[in-house]
Design a protein around this ligand. Structure first.
Ligand code: BGC
Length: 738
C-alpha cells in the first residue's frame, strides 16, 4: 500500500518542473506578437482550439487554461460599460460594484463634430473597461443612418460616412491604448431593427462601397480596431456573420484586418459557413441577443461540437481553425493576457468632465427666434424677464440610460435636466410631467389610462397659461418601439401625445422652448409655432448639465446635426421608394435610393429637409471671407488646398464647424450634388478671425466603379462648397481635373 502511494506521488511530481523553466515564448511580451501566437498555437490541442472559437458564458469566451492564457471578457458598449449579467442568462447579476459613467450616445458624439472629444471618449471608456476588467468593449457602432425609424440610430454616428469615419478613429485608437479592444459594430448593413435577424439586404456595389462601408474601413485601417462584430441581417443572401464577400474578401482580404470577427449574439446560423466565411468567435447562439434563453449549452454552438466533428472527419480543413485561433490569440495577447495594464477607474470626476464636455458641444440649437417682434431671440434665457420657469415633460426627470437594449447602463450618478435647471434658477423653477410614457420593456407595456393622460396635459396647459417661460423637455425615450433595439419606431411624429401638448402650450404661452431628447429625427409640424428648439440627444450621467448650460447661455451651442431631419417621412430617401425599400417584404429588402442617402438625397432631388445635415445655430454669428485655392486646375493625383477666413462677428465667444463638400459637376454616373470631404471646428473670441485650410486629395473626387472594382475620378469640372451646414453654403470654389 505504502509503496503504491509513493509511486503515485512520484508520478505526480514528475509532471511538475523541478525549477521554474524560462518564460515560454508565447508569454514573453518582449517578443513580436505573431511569434508568440505561433508558439502558443503549436502547443494547443484540437479541443483547446475549438473551445476558443465560441462563448462559454454570455460575455465570456475561453482562453487556454492549461497554458495560463486567460479568458476573454466582453461587455457592451458603446456608451459605457454595461452592468454585469448572469454567467449564462440575461438576468441582472445584481453586483453593487458595477455602476459606471454613462457617456453621451454616439449620435451626440457625432454632433460635436470634434474628433478630439471622440478620443477623450474612447480613452475614458477604455479606463472604465479596465477597472471593470473587460478586455473587449462591444462598440462603437458606425451603421449609417438610413431611416429615422431605425430603433438603434442613437448608437451610431449619423448619415455621412466621412463624418462617422473621422469620429470613430480617435475613439478606437484612444480606447485601445488602454489594452482594451474595440469591437466595431454591426458589420454591415444593420440599418434597421425590424426583422433584423433575417432581412436580406440587396444594394448596389456603389452604395455598399461609397456609403455603407467607408466608416468601417476607416475603423479597421486607420483606427486599427482589434475586433469587429458581424451584423444580424443577411447581405445578398448570406448572413453577415458568415458572409464571404463582407468578411473574407473585403474585411480580411482588401483591408488586411488582423483582428477577430465576433458574431452578434445569436447571429450565427451554420457551421460550414461560419467555418469558411470568416467568423472567428461565436457568441450568444440560440438566443435573440436580449431576452430569450436557450436549452442548449455552448457545446452545441455551431463552432463548438459540430465544428469539432467536421474537423475530425475531414469535412472542414484545419486551416480554417488555425486562422481563427491565431486571430483569437492575437486579440488575447493584445488585451486579456497583457501584463502591464493600467488600473483604470470608474465614475471618476475626470470621466464626468469628459461626458459633460461632449454634451456641451453636442447639443444642437435648431431654431432660435424672438417671441413676437420686439425682443432678441428667446435663447439664451434672459432670467431677468421671467419670475417663473415652468419645466414640462417626462424627459426632464427620466433615467434615459435604462432600456434601449444592450446599450442600457447603470450609472453611478445622474444629473437630470430638471436638477440642472434648478441648480441655476432655484425656486423660480416649477415642474409638471405633461405626458407619461410608462415603461415598455419588450413584452411588458404600461398602459396609461386616458384620465391620467388628460389630467397631465390639462395641468401643464393651465400652468403654462399663467405666464413665465416654458421649457418643454420631451422627445423619444428607450421604450420598445422608440430608440430601442429589436424594434423600429412605429411613427415619425413625437410619441405619447406630445405634438398636441406642445401646440396647446404654445397657444397659451408664446415663450416656449422645446428641448428634444432622443437619437432620431422626428416630425415637427409644430415647429413654426414655437420660437426655440434644441436637439439634446441622450447625454448620459451628466446629461442635465449641458442642457441647462446651453439654455442659460453658460455655454454657447456648437453642435451640428449628423443627420437630416426631413419634414415628412416620405421625404427621406429610403421611405420614398415604399415598403420594398423600407422595411422590405420581411424576407428581402432593396436599397433603391442607392447612393442618395440623407442629405445626398435632399440636395440632389431638391427636397429640402426641415433641418438639414450639418445644421446648428450659435448665440454668436460667423462670417466667412473669400476662399483662396492653391490652383484652378489640377492633374490626376494632385492635391488642391482651399483656405477660407472665418470671423466671429458677434459679441460672445463661440465655436463654428466649417464644412467642406465636393461636387462633381458632370459625370457619366449619378453622383450626389455634393459630399462632405472635410470639416474643422474652430473656437473664436468675439471679433477674432481664423483661416481654415482644407486639403482636397484625389480620393475626394472619386466614385466606386463596379466594373473595375476600383475608385475613379473623371476629368472635368468640380465644385468645392464651404458652409456652416449642408445648405448654408457661404462660398464655392470651382476647379478642374485635367
Ligand atoms: C446587440 C449587440 C450587443 C450584443 C451583446 C446584441 O443584441 O445587437 O450590439 O453587443 O447583443 O449584448
Amino acid at each position: 500500500m505504502k509503496h503504491h502511494i509513493i509511486a503515485a506521488a512520484t508520478l505526480l511530481l514528475s509532471a511538475i518542473p523541478a525549477v521554474r523553466a524560462e518564460v515560454p515564448v508565447y508569454q514573453d511580451e518582449s517578443r513580436p506578437i505573431d511569434e508568440r501566437v505561433e508558439d502558443a498555437l503549436k502547443r494547443m490541442t484540437l479541443r483547446e482550439k475549438v473551445a476558443m472559437c465560441h462563448a462559454q458564458g454570455k460575455f465570456c469566451s475561453p482562453g487556454v487554461p492549461r497554458l495560463g492564457i486567460p479568458d476573454l471578457w466582453m461587455s457592451d458598449g458603446p456608451h459605457g460599460v454595461r452592468a454585469e449579467v448572469n454567467w449564462n442568462d440575461w438576468g441582472v447579476a445584481g453586483w453593487t460594484n458595477d455602476s459606471i459613467t454613462a457617456f453621451p450616445a454616439l449620435t451626440a458624439l457625432a454632433a460635436t463634430w470634434n474628433p478630439t472629444l471622440a478620443g477623450l471618449y474612447g480613452n475614458a471608456i477604455g479606463e472604465e473597461a479596465l477597472y471593470r476588467e473587460k478586455d473587449v468593449m462591444l462598440g462603437p457602432g458606425v451603421n449609417i443612418y438610413r431611416t429615422p425609424l431605425n430603433g438603434r440610430n442613437f448608437e451610431y454616428m449619423g448619415e455621412d460616412p466621412y463624418l462617422a469615419g473621422e469620429m470613430v478613429v480617435p475613439y478606437i485608437r484612444e480606447m485601445q491604448k488602454n489594452g482594451v479592444a474595440a469591437c466595431v459594430k454591426h458589420y454591415a448593413l444593420n440599418n434597421q431593427e425590424r426583422w433584423r435577424g433575417h432581412i436580406n439586404v440587396n444594394l448596389s456595389d456603389r452604395a455598399l462601397h461609397e456609403i455603407y462601408l467607408p466608416a468601417f474601413k476607416k475603423a479597421v485601417i486607420d483606427g486599427g480596431s482589434w475586433s469587429i462584430m458581424g451584423a444580424y441581417n443577411k447581405v445578398r443572401g448570406e448572413h453577415a456573420c458568415h458572409n464571404d464577400l463582407l468578411l473574407n474578401k473585403i474585411l480580411k482580404g482588401d483591408w488586411n484586418f488582423d483582428g477577430v470577427v465576433i458574431s452578434d449574439w445569436g447571429g450565427t446560423h451554420d457551421t460550414r459557413e461560419a467555418a469558411l466565411n470568416g467568423l472567428d468567435l461565436e457568441m450568444g447562439t440560440y438566443t435573440n441577443g436580449l431576452t430569450t434563453e436557450s436549452a442548449n449549452g455552448t457545446d452545441a454552438y455551431y463552432l463548438a461540437n459540430p465544428y469539432l466533428a467536421m474537423l475530425e472527419s475531414g469535412e472542414l480543413p484545419m486551416s480554417t481553425l488555425d486562422d481563427k485561433v491565431r486571430r483569437l490569440l492575437r486579440l488575447n495577447f493584445r488585451t486579456a493576457a497583457r501584463r502591464n495594464k493600467a488600473y483604470g477607474s470608474i465614475a471618476s470626476p475626470e470621466h464626468y468632465a469628459v461626458a459633460e464636455a461632449i454634451g456641451n458641444e453636442a447639443v444642437v440649437l435648431l431654431k432660435n427666434a424672438p417671441v413676437g417682434k420686439k425682443q432678441p431671440a428667446l435663447l439664451p434665457v434672459d432670467a431677468s424677464r421671467y419670475d417663473r420657469i415652468l419645466v414640462v415633460g417626462e424627459n426632464a426627470t427620466r433615467n434615459l440610460m435604462a432600456g434601449g437594449g444592450s446599450s442600457e447602463l447603470k450609472p453611478k450618478d445622474i444629473v437630470t435636466p430638471l436638477e440642472a435647471l434648478k441648480a441655476i434658477y432655484g425656486d423660480k423653477v416649477e415642474y409638471t410631467e405633461g405626458y407619461r410614457s410608462g415603461r415598455a420593456m419588450y413584452s411588458n407595456v404600461d398602459k396609461i389610462p386616458v384620465e391620467v393622460v388628460d389630467s397631465l396635459r390639462n395641468t401643464a396647459v393651465d400652468m403654462a397659461r399663467k405666464g413665465g417661460l416654458v421649457i418643454f423637455i420631451g422627445g423619444l425615450n428607450k421604450n420598445n418601439s422608440q430608440d430601442c433595439e429589436d424594434s423600429d419606431r412605429k411613427e415619425y411624429g413625437l410619441p405619447f401625445g406630445q405634438p398636441a401638448l406642445i401646440e396647446q402650450i404654445a397657444a397659451v404661452n408664446p415663450d416656449v422652448v422645446v428641448v428634444l431628447l432622443g437619437g432620431n429625427a422626428v416630425e415637427m409640424p409644430w415647429a413654426s409655432k414655437v420660437p426655440a428648439i434644441l436637439q439634446g440627444w441622450y447625454l448620459g450621467s451628466m446629461g442635465g448639465n449641458p442642457i441647462a448650460n446651453i439654455l442659460s447661455g453658460a455655454v454657447n451651442p456648437s453642435g451640428k446635426l449628423p443627420f437630416s431631419f426631413p419634414a415628412r417621412l416620405e421625404d427621406n430617401a429610403a421611405h420614398h421608394f415604399g415598403t420594398i425599400s423600407y422595411p422590405g417584404d420581411s424576407i428581402n429588402q432593396e436599397y433603391l435610393e442607392d447612393i442618395l442617402v440623407g442629405y445626398r438625397w435632399h440636395d440632389t432631388k431638391k427636397i429640402p429637409a426641415l433641418y438639414p445635415f450639418g445644421h446648428g445655430l450659435s448665440y454668436t454669428t460667423f462670417s466667412y471671407g473669400k476662399p483662396v485655392a492653391s490652383a484652378g486646375t489640377i492633374s490626376e493625383g494632385e492635391n488642391i488646398t482651399i483656405s477660407i477666413p472665418v470671423t466671429n462677428t458677434g459679441d460672445r465667444e463661440g465655436k463654428e464647424t466649417v464644412q467642406l463638400y465636393i461636387g462633381d459637376e458632370k459625370a457619366s454616373v449619378i453622383r450626389p450634388l455634393k459630399e462632405l470631404k472635410g470639416f474643422d471646428k474652430v473656437a473664436l473670441a468675439p471679433g477674432e478671425m481664423q483661416t481654415v485650410t482644407f486639403t482636397v486629395t484625389p480620393d475626394d473626387l472619386k466614385f466606386y466603379d463596379p466594373s473595375t472594382s476600383s475608385w475613379i475620378a473623371e476629368p472635368g469640372r468640380f465644385k468645392a462648397y464651404i458652409g456652416s451646414s449642408s445648405t448654408d453654403i457661404r462660398a464655392t470654389v470651382p476647379f478642374e481635373l485635367r
